[in-house]
Ligand binder design. Structure first.
Ligand code: GLU
Length: 290
């Protein structure tokens, strides 16, 4: 078995984090989420970390990173440690991918979306997982010679997890601890052969988030309930890499007056707009359910 790129021992004190993607300005929904993480750390006398999840260079912008950090500081949510900016650490994510590749748990996938859609249509059945239609496994069946020839010819590829191989390697049933609910059983197979490195981004959210939670010694992941299904895949990656499993608390999303989740594109006011309109940090915290 290839050596793990780094061993991350389980932390003993409560460590939480807020991990926004700088694709826009923070609004009350973000403040709500950040406050939950910050408060959980404070109540336990632990640590609160901030991580900027900006691996998607097409959607994230440096000016939003700056704005996020400024808004959090204005709210008084200062981190207990350096802010981690994921785009500065692609080498670390690459090392994890190399490890999984060397163990035969990843394979290159050259398919375009259109090719996947055609293949799925030809099969006549389209099982879906939490991230949409399941990959039909086309590139998993390529011979080593064909793979090497296509890589050598410069074709771009994603890296997919060979789910069956990964489950076999992880062994026994996987569980995650959801605060207030107890251990929940994971069924990562629902994701099929998930993408862990995209063609246009050298690592996926799932890979970076699990790596960084392990690196930061995060013991309690608090985040929106929309990410609860992803935790099943995260547990599998943690098991494969020998990383400690944090506890999870998936919170309800803050809804707007129309009953839909707050989103900047639907007109949810940005924190800095509230600030410019004269609201104090304490008032914004109260509006965010604090
Ligand atoms: N970066 C993700 C987001 O902004 C959150 C990731 C997480 O908390 O695990 O939605």
């Amino acid at each position: 078995m290839a050596a793990s790129p780094k061993a991350y021992p389980a932390a003993t004190d409560t460590t939480t984090r807020f991990a926004p993607s700088p694709t826009g300005l923070l609004h009350l929904g973000h403040a709500h989420s950040a406050l939950i993480a910050w408060r959980a750390a404070r109540e336990a006398g632990g640590r609160f970390l901030i991580r900027i999840e900006d691996i998607d260079r097409t959607r994230c912008r440096p000016e939003f990173t700056e704005a996020v950090l400024e808004d959090l500081a204005w709210l008084g949510l200062e981190p207990d440690g350096p802010v981690r900016v994921q785009s500065r650490h692609f080498g670390e994510y690459r090392a994890v991918l190399e490890n999984l590749l060397a163990r035969g748990l990843l394979y290159p996938c050259f398919c375009t979306r259109a090719e996947i859609a055609r293949e799925v249509a030809a099969i006549g059945a389209a099982p879906h997982g939490p991230e949409g239609v399941l990959y039909p496994g086309t590139c998993r069946r390529l011979s080593t010679a064909e793979r090497e020839a296509r890589i050598a010819s410069g074709e771009v590829y994603a890296l997919r997890l060979d789910m069956a191989a990964a489950l076999a390697e992880a062994g026994g049933p996987l569980l995650f601890e959801e605060v207030g609910e107890g251990p929940l059983r994971c069924d990562p197979a629902r994701f099929g052969d998930a993408v862990l490195a995209r063609k246009d981004t050298p690592a996926s959210y799932h890979l970076c988030v699990t790596h960084d939670d392990a690196l930061g010694g995060v013991t309690l992941v608090t985040r929106g309930e929309d990410l609860k299904p992803a935790t099943e895949l995260h547990r599998l990656i943690q098991a494969l890499m020998g990383w400690p499993a944090p506890a999870y608390r998936h919170h309800r999303l803050l809804l707007g007056p129309d009953g839909r989740r707050l989103a900047k594109r639907d007109g949810a006011p940005a924190l800095r707009e509230l600030r410019a309109a004269g609201r104090s940090a304490a008032e914004v915290i109260a509006m965010a359910g604090g």
